[in-house]
Design a binder for this molecule. Structure first.
Ligand code: ASP
Length: 339
């Protein structure tokens, strides 16, 4: 009799605790919020430059990349998959200064830079000055996931990429007539300025994506052809962790576009996230402070896209326009170019 009642109490207890664990598991496995933001460059853009058809082209490509990344986030995949997929769509479009459509160097070639950072582990991968990798973001991802290093450059980066069967192409794959015309204009300007460098770039077409995935991971990636008429192996901010790309699950993920030298010197991407940590600022406040005060005071043109751990999105820029798109944690979608 006694044994029977003890047994039934134990059974009831077990049943209760397993129901509790089960309920708990449902609670903890509930997917977290997701968000994505991307840019296709910032600069002196004016609505008059855009025919309705041209504007529609940009909107369509930004939306395509945004939705591709968002769909991946909805599956519960790691954020890096969404970042890479969305960036590849932009790299494969001639509209942006990354992959096909990359700007020309002074010597009429293309040298590409890219980086990616994962906010959970703070692991990062970057490649700089590569000439034959069709989708530089894939090589940056391979560096992050398979190399003990963070940044590889030039021929060495190409050799590394080969080991992962990452597609390589002739440098002419990246050619576009529009960017060639920009090179001719830049060279004429350099001649007038009698300077070794092109000092007044006005348009930046770098691409970048930041996401919050269902597990609370913040990931950022950036890919670029750099700046028109660059020479002497110039590398900008895009492949530099902390400058053009940064992610930390504790604060935010940022991808930048603009005059890279300023973004390097002011460590723009990490500065925004650190202001959240050290000054307890919101994402919007920190991003605004760095882009619209620090950079403006310094004379640095450009903008960023950023997302925080709650899925808030910020996309400030201090130029007249920035190609951008986002879906925040509430599912609100934005696609825009001008202010
Ligand atoms: N930030 C890039 C660089 O300086 C240029 C861009 O944003 O288009 O290389």
């Amino acid at each position: 009799m006694f044994t029977k009642s003890v047994l039934s109490s134990v059974f009831a207890l077990l049943l209760f605790s397993s129901c509790f664990t089960w309920a708990n598991q449902i609670e903890t496995s509930k997917p977290g919020p997701i968000a994505i933001a991307l840019h296709g460059g910032a600069g002196t853009l004016s609505p008059q430059q855009f025919t309705p058809e041209r504007k529609a082209q940009y909107y369509a490509k930004l939306s395509e990349a945004l939705e591709a990344g968002y769909r991946i986030l909805q599956t519960g995949a790691d954020g890096q998959e969404a970042v890479v997929a969305a960036i590849m769509i932009l790299e494969n479009s001639p509209l942006f200064n990354a992959g096909v459509g990359a700007v020309y160097t002074f010597d009429a070639e293309h040298e590409l830079d890219a980086s990616i950072m994962h906010g959970k582990t703070r692991e990062a991968g970057a490649i700089a000055g590569v000439k034959h990798i069709k989708n530089p973001i894939l090589a940056a991802q391979a560096v992050m996931n398979h190399s003990v290093h963070v940044m590889l450059s030039g021929d060495g980066a190409e050799t590394f990429a080969e080991q992962f069967a990452i597609e390589r192409v002739d440098n002419s794959h990246f050619n576009t007539e529009r960017r060639l015309q920009s090179l001719h204009k830049a060279k004429a300007r350099i001649k007038r300025q009698a300077s070794l460098n092109y000092q007044h770039p006005e348009k930046f077409g770098t691409v970048g994506v930041v996401v919050l995935d269902q597990l609370g991971n913040l990931v950022a990636g950036t890919s670029t052809g750099g700046m028109t008429a660059k020479r002497f192996g110039r590398i900008g901010d895009s492949p530099i962790i902390g400058a053009g790309t940064f992610a930390d699950n504790a604060s935010c993920a940022v991808s930048a576009t603009g005059h890279g030298e300023y973004f390097i010197r002011y460590q723009v991407a990490s500065d925004i996230c650190k202001r959240m940590t050290y000054q307890n600022l919101s994402l919007a406040e920190a991003a605004d402070e760095v882009i619209n005060r620090v950079l403006v005071d310094a004379g640095g043109d450009g903008g960023i896209v950023a997302v925080d751990a709650q899925g808030n999105v910020a996309m400030p820029f201090n130029t007249t326009g920035m190609y951008r798109a986002s879906i925040d944690a509430n599912g609100v979608k934005t696609v825009a170019i001008f202010e």
